[in-house]
Design a protein around this ligand. Structure first.
Ligand code: ADP
Ligand code: MG
Length: 677
């Protein structure tokens, strides 16, 4: 019986139903409920280490407890806590405060001994801790679980107090042997998995927990890689198109360019055309910094498809970008006789032109996926800025075609190599790591609290010479209004400061048509200054704009700042990126200085990974990584490699997983779907 397994843990009936409600029925499941953090209660802090702002573990007793008032009739509870052994010293007294938590008075009373954990703050009456986590030390408590050790803190399960949960987990670890723990899914013995679980929950030292987490992360990444490789195999075994043998159009196009393609562009074209010639469908990622010339590489690939008598499509994430691509393609490809058509949601009738002989190249937004766009013979799909699309949308476009088309995904967001392997592991990768010659270096400056008058003067100088300017503010949450500037009020200020120029506003809450109109006007020179949130981030190309001024710059990630910087320096004018900050923190300035030292997007991506961790970087991307439990280890190159190798070797020795049935439930696509094509 299922119930019996949890009964082994001595779970009381009310906790039992809470566990059931949260979906826990087996010890194995419980053991997968990992601590979200640990508190080092092995030794409590003493008065010498009490510093404001630091999280501390303290042991002592409550000598006073009161309900007090604040802001009219609102109440808070305040306890006076005295550190053990410091009863006589004033420094040993700390105020504990709980706001809007009236039930605290049923939990804390004078005379109680507590172990507590929280962040110290300075108040006018001395040191305080607001909302400390605490446990009452009762006589006869099992000290081995709750105090005087490294203590796990679990994600709470509704209805079960942390302390109780910890006791249940302790019992689960004790009972592990007698329950049916599943083996490590990566090749490794079950005993090791038990050991890792025990160390994760109740480590002797913190390093032990870390090592065990890494071991469990390996299991998770192994499954991720197994899926990625499975997907890749599926693509490779479906029927694709062999194309690109004829290169006349590519050669003609190449000859018509006023510049030579860079070595990296040529190499990428070769890799792509190599894939296209093979009957296996291409599934390739083209990574390159803004302005590295990805569009031209895509054009070569699309021309090769057209030359073989097929159609090629390019899908962009927004209407602005789709239109921009459309004009670029027309400019370069119409002279060599290519028929190009545009299809975007907003302007379907106007823009989707039925053409004589049919379009050879289609450009559009995700509207390409819907409303009766008929692809006569689609053989190549290029997807720009892939992170804006879900995997599902990608699949939908791909299935429009009769045969599996070749797919090229372009991204201007440099992704650290390790993350590429984990997230885009089903794609082959081409990298453009070289900018076209003669590119202007962008002067990047970090300014702490710059004077408005000086900034205004600088902008005016350039604006009077006919240049255009971007001013960017971070997106503001209501609650943060006081700290960061709001783009709308800042826009008003800039309008007054630069009153002889046309200063317009652009932000995410505007209607798509309004955004488009503003962006188009800026591109055509009708607007001099764009005060904006990061909506201008991706792909916008206005060569006449030469200043990117970013406020509260420390709030952005390095990669995002680099993207923003890439909006300027796209023409012949010397360009500037000014990173303004009001932060007094050293590390904020240091972080921004990294940008003034390098323009290499990949190097910055690596730095960003170190500073913010993979969770932050991938959080915004629409990738499967969000579901990972051990996302913090994704930057661990060695671990990701090992996971990849283990997955490769399993699939190599047992391609249909006949000897590894245990893995099949963990595949997102079942083995049967592999046989269809
Ligand atoms: P990306 O798509 O990678 O941001 P684009 O393909 O739009 O870059 O190219 C950026 C700019 O550089 C365009 O104005 C383009 O005309 C120019 N360009 C592209 N390749 C070269 C090259 N090999 N030499 C000189 N200029 C180039
Ligand atoms: Mg581009």
């Amino acid at each position: 019986m299922v119930e019996d397994e949890l009964k082994l843990l001595g779970v009381e009936s009310k906790d039992f139903s809470a566990l059931r409600k949260a979906g826990f029925e087996k010890i194995d499941q419980l053991l997968n409920h990992l601590p979200k953090r640990y508190e080092d209660r092995s030794s409590c802090d003493t008065v010498a280490t009490l510093i404001s702002g630091k999280a501390v573990c303290l042991r002592g007793s409550v000598v006073d407890f009161k309900q007090r008032h604040f802001g009219g009739n609102r109440k808070f509870s305040e306890a006076v806590f005295v550190l053990q052994g410091q009863e006589m010293s004033l420094g040993g007294r700390i105020g504990l405060r709980w706001f809007n938590m009236p039930y605290i008075r049923n939990m804390v009373a004078v005379g109680m001994e507590l172990v507590l954990y929280g962040k110290l703050k300075e108040s006018k009456n001395g040191l305080v801790i607001d909302h400390p986590e605490f446990e009452v030390l009762e006589d006869g408590t099992n000290g081995g679980i709750h105090v005087e050790r490294i203590v796990p803190v679990f994600k709470s399960i509704s209805g079960i107090p942390q302390r109780r949960l910890r006791e249940i987990m302790w019992a689960a670890c004790e009972e592990m042997e007698s329950s049916r723990i599943r083996p490590f899914l990566h090749p490794g013995p079950v005993a090791d998995r038990m050991e890792s679980l025990r160390s994760v929950h109740f480590p002797e030292v913190l390093e032990e927990a870390h090592a065990a987490r890494r071991e469990l992360a390996l299991e998770e990444f192994f499954l991720l890689q197994l899926n990625v490789l499975w997907q890749k195999k599926k693509i490779k075994t479906s029927h694709g198109v062999s194309q690109g043998q004829k290169m006349d159009l590519v050669k003609e196009f190449h000859g018509s360019l006023p510049f030579e393609l860079t070595g990296a562009q040529k190499r990428s074209v070769r890799e792509i055309i190599g894939d296209m010639r093979s009957p296996e469908p291409m599934h390739r990622l083209l990574q390159g910094d803004v302005g590295s010339g990805k569009t031209f590489v895509a054009m070569c690939a699309m021309l090769a498809a057209v030359d073989s008598g097929h159609q090629a499509a390019l899908m962009a994430p927004t209407q602005i970008l789709a239109e921009q691509h459309y004009y670029t393609f027309k400019k370069w490809l119409e002279p060599i006789g290519i028929r190009i058509s545009l299809k975007t949601g907003g302007r379907a009738e106007k823009s989707y032109m039925k053409m004589e002989g049919g379009a050879q190249i289609l450009i559009g937004t995700h509207a390409l996926l819907y409303d009766g766009v008929s692809f006569e013979d689609l053989s190549l799909v290029v997807i720009d800025e892939q992170h804006r699309f879900g995997v599902e949308q990608r699949r939908k476009l791909i299935t429009q075609a009769k045969k599996a088309p070749d797919v090229l995904v372009m991204t201007a967001t440099p992704i650290p190599r390790t993350l590429t392997l984990s997230i885009y592991g089903d794609l082959d990768v081409s990298i453009i790591d070289e900018l076209p010659a003669g590119r202007q270096k962008i002067v990047t400056g970090v300014r702490a609290k710059p004077k408005v008058s000086e900034v205004t003067k600088f902008l005016k100088e350039h604006l009077s010479e006919g240049r255009q300017v971007y001013i960017v503010y971070p997106l503001v949450e209501e609650s943060e209004n006081l700290k960061a500037s709001s783009v709308i009020t800042e826009h008003e200020k800039w309008r007054k400061r630069l009153k002889h120029f046309k200063v317009e506003l652009l932000h995410g809450r505007m209607k798509p048509e309004e955004k488009d109109a503003t962006m188009s006007a800026f591109r055509e020179g009708g607007i001099d200054v764009l005060v904006s949130t990061t909506v201008i981030e991706v792909g916008v190309d206005v060569p006449n704009a030469n200043i990117m001024l970013i406020y509260d710059a420390e709030r952005f990630g390095l990669a995002q700042l680099h993207q923003l910087r890439g909006r300027v320096g796209r023409g012949e004018y010397k360009s500037y990126c000014i990173l303004a900050t009001n932060s007094k923190e050293d590390h904020a300035l240091e972080k921004l200085q990294i940008l003034s030292r390098t323009e290499d997007g990949f190097a910055l991506a690596e730095e960003d990974l170190k500073l913010r961790g993979p969770g932050e970087i991938l959080g915004t991307a629409q990738s499967g990584a969000g579901e990972l439990k051990f996302i913090e280890f994704l930057g661990d190159t060695k671990l990701v490699r090992v996971a990849r190798e283990k997955a490769e070797s399993v699939l190599k020795s047992d391609p249909q997983l006949i000897k590894h049935q245990v893995l099949i439930p963990y595949l997102k696509e079942s083995p049967q779907s592999l046989d269809i094509s």
